[in-house]
Design a protein around this ligand. Structure first.
Ligand SMILES: *[C@@H]1O[C@H](CO)[C@@H](O)[C@H](O)[C@H]1NC(C)=O
Ligand SMILES: *[C@@H]1O[C@H](CO)[C@@H](O)[C@H](O)[C@H]1NC(C)=O
Ligand SMILES: *[C@@H]1O[C@H](CO)[C@@H](O)[C@H](O)[C@H]1NC(C)=O
Ligand SMILES: *[C@@H]1O[C@H](CO)[C@@H](O)[C@H](O)[C@H]1NC(C)=O
Length: 230
């Protein structure tokens, strides 16, 4: 190829690339799918997988019967017929990781993790912000899966209509000053709701049976990080 032809060809390639990028960004904006780095302006809080992760599971089975940690992936599962996590609890069965040592009562906090929910898991909470005010609520946020749909509690607020069998990035921001909770899936803003008060919060993830729970429930998690606004 002659030199001037090469210049023309690479110029065309650049032009195509630029056009594609502008189109792509315009497309995302037009559909409200702007991808956001939600951690800008936040500091990462150090997490220790041994001392900061408390695994809750049905009290009468060994941990290895409901939880595994292989190649950086936490796999948590539970059966609808399982016992609660303590002999005195009246709650439904759960296998959940509770973040210890990072209870918070003020400021702006963020949970980040990559989650995976296999097809069939239903009627279950996979992530929660524990803590609320008053006697009526224990939590400020629950993300639940019903028949493949990821929802805010058992409401019509849908975060993802097809959550099964794929890894997704989850970012949850709790702003205690504004009393708001924001949720992002794969960097796209999906939920903006009021929090439910309270002054002792922590993050949890895994599987916690709710209404209409399937017999088997499972979720997988990796890349768990906690951030606090600087
Ligand atoms: C994490 O916690 C465990 C158990 O408390 C401790 O032995 C270990 O030294 C800690 N690791 C780091 C990197 O701090
Ligand atoms: C964190 O909050 C939980 C639930 O409110 C409580 O049981 C626990 O004692 C708290 N931990 C610390 C270190 O304050
Ligand atoms: C899930 O789908 C099944 C089959 O379509 C249906 O019978 C069941 O009621 C649904 N459950 C919920 C909680 O929507
Ligand atoms: C379970 O799902 C069915 C069908 O979707 C619904 O009618 C019923 O109210 C649900 N049960 C509970 C306890 O939410």
């Amino acid at each position: 190829m002659a030199r001037h032809q090469k210049v023309v060809v690479s110029g065309l390639v650049l032009l195509a690339l630029a056009f594609f990028m502008v189109f792509e960004i315009g497309f995302q904006r037009a559909w409200g799918y702007e991808i956001i780095d939600t951690t800008i302006g936040f500091d990462q809080v150090p997490l220790n997988i041994s001392s900061d992760f408390e695994i809750q599971r049905p009290y009468d089975v060994p941990q290895s019967a409901r939880y595994s940690f292989v190649d950086g992936v936490h796999e948590l599962w539970v059966y609808s017929t399982d016992k609660p996590h303590t002999p005195t609890s009246n709650t439904k069965p759960r296998t959940e990781i509770r973040i210890l040592g990072h209870n918070y009562s003020s400021g702006v906090w963020q949970f980040e993790g990559y989650g995976y929910v296999p097809k069939g898991t239903s009627g279950v909470c996979i992530m929660q912000i524990f803590g609320a005010s008053g006697d009526h609520h224990a939590t400020t946020l629950m993300l639940r899966v019903y028949n493949g749909t990821l929802k805010y509690y058992n409401t019509d607020l849908v975060l993802d209509p097809n959550i099964y069998d794929k890894w997704f990035q989850l970012n949850v921001i709790h702003d205690l000053e504004a009393k708001k909770v924001m949720v992002f899936i794969d960097g796209v803003h999906k939920l903006y709701v009021n929090d439910r008060g309270g002054n002792a919060h922590h993050f949890k993830f895994g599987v916690y049976a709710q209404n209409n729970d399937s017999y088997y429930m499972e979720s997988r998690w990796k890349g768990i990080k906690i951030f606090k606004k600087c």
